[in-house]
Design a protein. Structure first.
Length: 123
């Protein structure tokens, strides 16, 4: 997971992943999308491949790259645990607020709409 996190920490590598998310591209096609040297892009591709985020397929002399979403599974699982906890807390808070509103509405309904507002005006 640490290797994946380090690999995607670099913005250009995230851009490369976006490029090859839906389709295979050659190293040359990927390089053409950036204003850096081919060797620099090649280094980024190696880091992404070593982290398990890219697949590489040879087609003659060309190397074709495609994103490997499963490579993010462990990191995603780690992050999802935090997200799930926060969602549970948000759900709990929303349910408490709804209970409070329901109690207030019930009080208004049972006292014929007179409620506390009328009592406050008398004071």
């Amino acid at each position: 997971m640490d290797e994946v996190a380090r690999a995607i920490a670099e913005p250009r590598r995230r851009d490369i992943l976006e490029l090859v998310r839906e389709r295979e591209l050659s190293a040359g096609e990927i390089s053409a999308s950036f204003e850096v040297t081919r060797p620099a892009v090649s280094q980024h591709l190696t880091v992404l491949k070593d982290a398990g985020l890219l697949t590489e397929r040879r087609d003659g002399a060309r190397r074709l790259y495609r994103a490997r979403p499963d490579g993010l599974a462990e990191l995603r699982g780690f992050l999802d645990r935090f997200w799930s906890d926060r969602l549970e807390r948000l759900k709990y808070a929303a349910e408490l607020e709804q209970q409070r509103r329901n109690k207030r509405a019930k009080r208004r309904d049972t006292d014929g709409g007179r409620g506390r507002d009328k009592d406050r005006r008398r004071a």
